[in-house]
Design a protein around this ligand. Structure first.
Ligand code: GDP
Ligand code: MG
Length: 420
């Protein structure tokens, strides 16, 4: 039987679900250890096969393609990027795969009312039913066609959000016209309340408006939009959306943590099953290759790999070593190699604490029960590793939030709850 427990918030933190135990059991009976490993791999990658389709629509020139490129970490100069220009470049719906997940498609759609996409054929032509979310873009006021589309989406009971782009231009224009009295927050507030008023006048009682600049992904509501989609996703899609997100907020990090924790038990079964390498001074073996792969996955998920940390340092306008010095990022002291990871695990002082700390019984067939000690130790090691990385990811986000003070207004306060 799978063991289960509850964390402080009373959520179920079951170590490994009965369904998975049963599947692994069957895989073992049929194909032995290789079967278990195969099944575990499949299970860990399941999120990548959940179809997710995000519609990005609005008039030409409002920044739809630029938003897609920004989400994919690209500029229009990169190969495979969505073409960007002031002329209408979106002649038909184009789905751009997310870099972390090919099943997540960002659809660059023509706006309603363009010659080939009139109101009466629009929904059919874009294959309306395909989408999980609709983002309706405007660079100034929302048009009649935008409102019409939003009403159709609302009637269909689907999620939609209004996105006001190019806030950077409003701010720089205001600075030029009001050199002495300019206030960035004031501009943001005015734009926000204008948008809200316009949409409320049109009968959208509680419109969800996100104000962004595609050139400043660390500022304004850019990340909060990703957060919001995760929150509103149905359960079966939320994990996929969370693990695909390359933009982090405190809540997104915590949501990732929950999903990454869930993987620990499954990974540990695989590693215990194929255990080969002893952890120095602990007296039990692990399949270090499996654990290293997982460590690299966490690191990427939490944007702690070398290039992401460099990106953050650049955004913060300091060097990587200054950032490291300031935040004392423990995850950056680990060397992500077989040797380095074993050294980190070896430094955790497991032998004395493992038995007390781990109250998880290894479910499963006889052969794996023999590896019970390995399983427990690995759960412990991976949890420590994940905790280290979560702390660092949170420190970086806190630093970003300090530097890029947002005008939050009422956008995120009302979210007020965990995402996962
Ligand atoms: N200043 C500024 N310009 C933007 C922003 N988003 C897009 N643009 C520019 O607006 C123009 C149209 O952008 P594009 O993404 O092609 O719009 P689309 O037609 O809706 O796909 C391009 O010149 C972009 O560089 C933004 O947030 N701020
Ligand atoms: Mg375009």
């Amino acid at each position: 039987m799978a063991s289960s427990g509850r964390d402080q918030s009373g959520r179920n933190t079951s170590s490994i679900s009965d369904k998975i135990v049963q599947e692994l059991d069957e895989a073992y009976k049929k194909h032995g250890i290789p079967g278990v490993l195969e099944r575990v791999k499949g299970n860990l990658n399941e999120w990548k096969s959940v179809p997710l389709n995000i519609a990005i629509t609005g008039n030409s020139g409002v920044g739809k393609s630029s938003y897609i490129n920004a989400l994919r970490g690209m500029t229009a100069d990169d190969e495979g990027a969505a073409p960007v220009g002031v002329v209408e470049t979106t002649a038909y719906p184009t789905g751009y795969p997310h870099p972390e997940n090919e099943s997540l498609l960002l659809w660059d759609l023509p706006g309603v009312g363009t010659p080939n996409f009139t109101r009466d054929s629009y929904l059919e032509k874009i294959r309306f039913r395909r989408y999980d979310f609709f983002l309706v873009f405007a660079a100034s006021r929302f048009t009649e066609n935008d409102m019409w589309l939003a009403q159709q989406i609302r009637q269909a009971g689907k999620h939609f959000y209004f996105i006001r782009t190019k806030i950077d231009l409003d701010i720089s224009d205001n600075k030029k016209s009001h050199p002495r009295t300019h206030s960035r927050d004031q501009v943001l507030q005015t734009v926000r309340s204008d948008c809200m008023a316009q949409l409320q006048n049109e009968g959208f009682t509680n419109p969800e408006v996100f104000i962004i600049s595609n050139f400043d992904v660390n500022e304004f509501d850019f990340r909060q939009l990703s957060e919001r989609l995760i929150r509103d996703a149905p359960d079966i899609k939320r994990e996929a959306l969370t693990l695909s997100s390359t933009f982090l907020t405190e809540r997104i990090i915590k949501a990732k943590e929950r999903y990454l924790k869930k993987r620990i038990y499954i990974v540990s079964v695989a590693s215990a099953a194929a255990a080969a390498v002893p952890i120095p001074g602990v007296g039990c073996s692990v399949d270090i290759a499996v654990l290293l792969e997982e460590a690299l996955f966490y690191r990427k998920q939490l944007r702690l790999d070398k290039s992401s940390v460099e990106e953050n340092a650049t955004a913060l306008n300091i060097t990587v070593s200054k950032l490291q010095q300031k935040l004392n990022l423990q995850s950056q002291l680990i060397s992500y190699t077989v040797k380095g990871l074993l050294a980190f695990f070896g430094s955790l002082g497991i032998s004395s604490v493992a038995e007390n700390v781990l109250k998880i019984a290894l479910p499963l067939v006889g052969c794996l029960i023999a590896a019970g000690m390995s399983y427990r130790v690995q759960v412990y090691c991976l949890k420590k590793l994940l905790d280290t990385m979560i702390n660092d990811a949170l420190s970086i986000i806190a630093e970003m939030n300090n530097v890029f003070a947002r005008n939050t207004m009422n956008v995120t306060e009302d979210i007020g709850e965990d995402l996962a």
